[in-house]
Ligand binder design. Structure first.
Ligand SMILES: Nc1ncnc2c1ncn2[C@@H]1O[C@H](COP(=O)(O)OP(=O)(O)OP(=O)(O)O)[C@@H](O)[C@H]1O
Ligand SMILES: [Mg+2]
Length: 373
């Protein structure tokens, strides 16, 4: 298919991981279970962000899909084709890994065109030029890889993954070395290209802003296990467990030890807040999650109103578009951060009332971390 842009288009394919498993074992070292029975169904043309802390198994997952790492168990399907035992070159997967070596003696232009020439693509030169223009790197085409900065190398790696029009595109931290403004622009362009050409895409990142802005759906991963898979709104508004709630959201959600009272409130220190919850069994300890932007502080001096908590401001940061107040809830050890409107200037020592909508107060089991609903 030719779209007239010199780039051509890929035929969108679903990518399905079933019970995918990876155990690293090497002689003389303890084996390590890096990816645990992972199920993930990516729709044709969908962009998934794989988000999680360092060491959780993101790169391992991509490397298994790309064929750069063996699979310990489970299957990887593109469309109805099982690919997990195929050599990398037969998988039809575009890979943008930073560590993926460029051939040093060739120019960037030759590096980008290499695979296309091998396939005898008559439009190789046009494609290379078109993708370089779109990624703001046309000025790099005649340089050698050794002369590039890490941000420039990263753009070359991204271009190389895109130029072959893969039906499935795997990108591992594709923008991490770009400066802030280039990063925003290239991120938008990447999303536009992905939409235009319909690559089924997995982007690995531990930058949640990148994940939230790029992804149709997020897979939040920890310790080799997907904790939640859903749209950014679902993951943010309805976190499956304590890990997801604390990992997604900036500033981070407040987690406070509390007690579920059984009468429609949760006790925090010496006060209570109303909650909406169906599980109203006997009194039990819970972890209470309140996002900084969900709560509000009443004006100074009104502490003690009935449906809120009387708190004391310890610290106030005015961040131009909004403020962040760090407050003490009486009887609670941890400090609580509340986002406030820019016009509400607070000062240390102010006594104010903290309120939060009942349906925005999250409760978690203190042992398992599971949501209590
Ligand atoms: N070849 C290997 N042999 C043994 N253990 C490995 C090997 N490669 C990775 N690991 C381990 O597997 C785990 C997952 O690694 P992986 O590179 O997939 O993490 P990641 O989520 O990509 O982290 P990061 O965000 O830091 O890139 C880590 O604990 C890592 O130490
Ligand atoms: Mg990694």
């Amino acid at each position: 298919m030719s779209t007239g842009t010199g780039l051509g288009g890929a035929t969108a394919q679903p990518l399905t991981l079933s019970k995918l498993d990876k155990v690293y074992s090497s002689r003389g070292r303890e084996s390590f279970h890096a990816v645990k029975a992972m199920d993930l169904a990516v729709q044709p043309g969908e962009l998934i962000a794989l988000l999680g802390p360092s060491g959780c198994g993101k790169t391992t997952t991509l490397r298994m899909i790309a064929g750069l790492e063996t699979v310990t168990g489970g299957s990887i399907m593109i469309g109805d084709r099982e690919i997990s035992q195929l050599p990398p070159g037969k998988r039809n997967v575009g890979v943008g890994f930073e560590s993926y070596a460029l051939y040093p003696p060739l120019s960037v232009r030759e590096n980008l065109g290499y695979g296309l020439k091998a396939r005898k693509d008559p439009q190789a030169a046009e494609r290379v030029q078109a993708i370089a223009d779109r990624l703001e790197m046309a000025d790099l085409l005649d340089l050698r890889p050794a002369g590039l900065s890490s941000g420039q190398k990263q753009r070359v790696a991204l271009a190389r993954a895109l130029v072959r029009n893969p039906p499935v595109l795997l990108l591992d931290e594709p923008l991490s070395h770009l400066d802030a403004s280039a990063r925003n622009r290239v991120r938008r362009e990447l999303k536009v290209l992905q939409r235009e050409f319909g690559y089924t895409t997995i982007v690995v990142t531990h930058d949640q802003v990148e994940a939230l802005s790029l992804a149709d759906r997020l897979a939040v991963m920890n310790a080799g296990v997907i904790q939640q898979f859903g749209t950014p709104d679902e993951v943010f508004d309805d976190p499956a467990n304590l890990f997801v709630a604390t990992f997604v959201g900036e500033p981070q959600i407040n987690i406070i030890d509390g007690v579920l009272t059984g009468d429609g409130t949760v006790r925090l220190g010496s006060g209570t807040l109303p909650i909406t919850i169906t599980d109203q069994s006997a009194e039990r300890s819970v972890k209470v999650g309140i996002r900084p932007a969900d709560a509000a502080l009443g004006t100074a001096g009104d502490a003690g109103s009935s449906d809120g908590l009387a708190v004391t401001v310890r610290f106030y940061e005015h961040l131009m578009e909004f403020g962040l107040a760090t407050v003490d809830i009486p009887g609670v050890d941890a400090r609580t951060v509340i986002q406030t409107p820019a016009v509400q200037r607070l000062a240390p020592g102010d006594q104010v009332t903290l309120t939060a909508p009942a349906d925005r107060i999250y409760l978690f089991d203190p042992t398992s971390g599971d949501r209590i609903r």
